[in-house]
Design a protein. Sequence first.
Length: 283
Amino acid sequence: MIDETVEEIAEMQTHSSSVVAVKAARALADLTEREFATVEEYERSLQRNAQALRRANPSHASLHNAMAHVVAGVEDADPGDVAAAKAATTAAIDRVVDTIEAGKHEAAENAATYLEDGQTVLTHDYSSTVLEAVESATRDGKYLEAYVTEARPRYLGRKSARQLAAYDRVDTHLLTDSAAGYYLEECDLVVVGMDCIVGDTLYNRVGTFPIAATAARLDVPVVVVGSDAKIIEDGFVFENEFRSPSEVMREPAEGFSVENPAYDATPVDLLDAVITDEGVRSL
């Protein structure tokens, strides 16, 4: 299960960073089904597999934190035998998953109260927390109009558009990425998720920076939604991911290179607010 999860994360088959962290944490439970001679051998295996999962996508701060917390939970328990180490692993995984899911849910609920009836919003890529916020807002009776960029080259925005269209009270429009500037003047708000915020920089799906910069020019507020655990002050260095050129074009590139970064960097001074499970942070 661990090897399959590493491959799934590396291939970006699981998109939301919180979903990635939960999947990775639960994958470590596979170790509790294996045989180990000593606690030391078990802990070495836990550390090695946690590192493999973390390296599958080093850009995800939530994944980094989840793996660190599971390993620390076992080490801090100071288990006397393998059975106790396995029990500590199960308990640590449960705590990590509960924290991630609760943080995501609370962030979405806080964002839902921030959204106003009749607003027109633009969102980019796919954020399960943003989608949950919109769903919660519509359950409260709010009507929203949503513009969704398709987020080339993986077209994850199409997944967002399909989900938004399934909600009552959401009038959904799918855009090419380059059309965002054309429609931003019609929007009251830009709402996006976050991979992480490190210091004074938001890292999110590539295309976020130009949308935020254009929105600032047009005086359209930009709001970021995600759990507070994704805001990192120190101890984490963001590593961008450069994906296969075949995602951009199938035929061979002759005489030129194809650049396909997964994320871009947006200065936080382009953001109007960050909404987390701890509330609204004005910037």
